[in-house]
Design a protein around this ligand. Structure first.
Ligand code: ADP
Length: 258
């Protein structure tokens, strides 16, 4: 059973209750309950294979796309059951956007990458302004404003990842899920992503999966430690890293296993 240390009460933006996910007959996560507060950054940490990505993907129904995946328990977004009949997973993913480990821009121009989502959603406002705003929010505008119509694939890896963040922001989401967003990047590009996450939480709720404890300590307000499919401990990041309540958390953060 997870120990939760004064995670703020009140309505959570996202909430899992007794959530288990199975791939075929084996459980990847078991009985996880967690609340994600608004305008905060929450990090999921734990050794490889402990279920961080699986848990993350439940929050925008990405596991629906994994053959053989099945969930038990509840996931709520602002109080509404995300898995209720009639809920459109495409709309869920618009509100709860996702950024993946490897930057995956479309083989299109920088502009078209950002304009793509709003266009399919029938956006009727000023698309140029939306593209600029999204690129500014992703801290990329100054680097690309003079070459918006060049291929996104010519950008560096770090720029491509910020472009993917701009693309996610362009559909005006509420939450961003990030699955190891900097693990394929060099240290300078990583720092830009971390600075950006810090800025983003003013307007968005962010959940980040990271295998880097240093990164979790730098960017997150709350940290959840998972181990073998269970949520072991969840609380304010400074407490988790300085004064964890559970022995296994301490063993992990002090590097005794991992
Ligand atoms: P983490 O993100 O912490 O590395 P994952 O959520 O990726 O962990 O994986 C948790 C467990 O679920 C692992 O045992 C992994 O092998 C298994 N798993 C993950 N994705 C799949 C999948 N698509 N099919 C079958 N098993 C999977």
């Amino acid at each position: 059973m997870a120990t939760a240390i004064d995670v703020p009460p009140g309505q959570a933006v996202l909430e899992a209750e007794n959530l288990s996910v199975y791939y075929g007959s084996s459980a990847a996560i078991r009985n996880i309950s967690i609340r994600i507060p608004e305008n905060r950054v929450v990090a999921f940490i734990g050794p490889s294979g402990c279920g961080k990505s699986t848990l993350l993907r439940c929050f925008n129904r990405m596991n629906d796309l994994v053959p053989g995946a099945r969930i038990e328990g509840a996931v709520r977004y602002r109080g509404a059951d995300l898995y209720a009949p009639g809920v459109d997973p495409v709309e869920v993913r618009r509100r709860i956007g996702m950024v993946f480990q490897r930057p995956n821009p479309f083989p299109k121009s920088i502009y078209e990458n950002v304009a793509f989502g709003p266009r399919i959603n029938g956006y009727r406002g000023d698309l140029d302004a939306l593209v600029e705003r999204s690129l500014r929010q992703a801290a990329l505008w100054d680097e690309v404003s003079d070459r918006l119509h060049e291929s996104a694939l010519a950008l560096s890896g770090g720029q491509q990842q910020r472009l993917c963040i701009a693309r996610a922001l362009a559909v005006e989401p509420d939450v961003l899920l990030m699955d190891e967003p900097a693990s394929a990047l060099d240290p300078i590009a990583t720092q830009k992503i971390e600075d950006l996450i810090y800025e983003l939480k003013k307007s968005y709720t962010v959940i980040i999966v990271t295998h880097s404890m240093q990164q979790a300590a730098r960017v997150s307000d709350y940290t959840a430690f998972l181990y073998m499919g269970e949520l072991i401990e969840y609380g304010p990041t400074d407490l988790i890293f300085t004064n964890p309540r559970v022995e296994r958390t301490e063993a992990y953060i002090t590097g005794r296993f991992g």
